[in-house]
Design a protein around this ligand. Structure first.
Ligand code: SAH
Length: 229
C-alpha cells in the first residue's frame, strides 16, 4: 500500500494529506488512504487549502483538518460492512470519504435538509463516485435531527453542524450497540465542543468532550435560509 501512495497521481492531495499527517491530525492509515482517495476538487473550488469555504445557503464545507478529525474519532467504528449516518452532508465530501474508509464496502446514508445542497452534494459525488449512489451511498433530503431510522442502526453517526442543546435522543436511539456518535454541541458563535457518545454492547451510553470547534448550526431549514441560527 505504501508503494501506491508513492505513485499517487494527485500531487496536491498527497501534499495536503502529508501535511495533515505531519501535524498529527491524520493518525491512521485508514484515514490517510480515505482522504487521498477523495479528491477535494470534486467538492469545492479552492480544494487544497486548509480552510473552510462558503458553499451557499449560509453554510461552508469544512476545512480539511476538520474533516480529518471526525474520520479519526470514528475510525474504529467505520470498517468494511459498517453503516454510517452523515448528517448535514452539504458538499458530500465526508459522505464519500466515509465510504472510502470502508473500501466502498459498507453503507453511508447522507441526510441534508436544504434542497439546493442536496443537489450540490449529489452532483459532486457523481463526478467520480456515481456508481456508489443507490448502492453504498444513499442520499436523502430531510431533517437530520431526526436521524434516519429506516437504514439504522448505525455503527457511526457524524453530525456536521452544531446542536445547541445536546444530542437529539433519536440519534442516540439509532446508534448500534458498540456504536459512536460524533456531534459538535454549543450555540452559534459561542463555545462549541466535539462530544463523542459511545453506546456499549449493553446499550449504556457514555460520553467524552474532545476539541473546541466552530460549526454552523444544526437547525431548521427556515432559520438557516434566513441566516438566523
Ligand atoms: N459536512 C458538510 C457540510 C457542513 S455545513 C461539508 O463539510 O461539506 C453543515 C451542513 O448541515 C449544511 O449543509 C447544512 O445545510 C446542514 N444542516 C443544518 N441543519 C440541518 C438539519 N436539521 N438537517 C439536515 N442538515 C442540516
Amino acid at each position: 500500500m505504501q508503494q501506491n501512495f508513492q505513485n499517487f497521481q494527485n500531487r496536491n492531495m498527497l501534499d495536503l494529506c502529508n501535511q495533515l499527517k505531519a501535524n498529527g491530525v491524520i493518525q491512521t492509515q485508514k484515514v490517510y488512504y480515505a482522504m487521498l482517495n477523495t479528491d477535494r476538487a470534486d467538492f469545492t473550488i479552492n480544494p487544497y487549502i486548509d480552510h473552510s469555504q462558503y458553499i451557499n445557503y449560509n453554510v461552508v464545507i469544512s476545512a480539511p483538518h476538520m474533516h480529518a478529525y471526525p474520520m479519526e474519532y470514528l475510525a474504529n467504528h467505520i470498517n468494511e460492512g459498517s453503516r454510517v449516518l452523515d448528517i448535514g452532508y452539504g458538499s458530500g465530501y465526508l459522505t464519500v470519504a466515509f465510504s472510502k474508509m470502508m473500501n466502498d464496502k459498507g453503507l453511508v446514508v447522507g441526510i441534508e435538509h436544504i434542497e439546493g445542497l442536496c443537489q450540490f452534494g449529489y452532483q459532486n459525488i457523481c463526478k467520480h463516485n456515481a456508481h456508489l449512489i443507490g448502492n453504498q451511498i444513499y442520499l436523502v433530503q430531510g431533517d437530520g435531527r431526526l436521524g434516519y431510522p429506516q437504514y439504522g442502526p448505525y455503527n457511526a453517526i457524524h453530525v456536521g453542524a452544531a446542536a445547541p442543546d445536546g444530542p437529539p435522543s433519536q440519534l442516540l436511539d439509532q446508534l448500534a450497540l458498540g456504536g459512536r456518535l460524533y456531534i459538535p454541541i454549543g450555540r452559534d458563535k459561542e463555545n462549541q465542543w466535539i462530544y463523542l457518545f459511545d453506546k456499549d454492547i449493553n446499550g449504556n451510553i457514555s460520553y467524552q468532550r474532545m476539541i473546541s470547534v466552530r460549526y454552523v448550526m444544526l437547525t431548521s431549514q427556515q432559520l438557516q435560509l434566513m441566516g438566523q441560527n
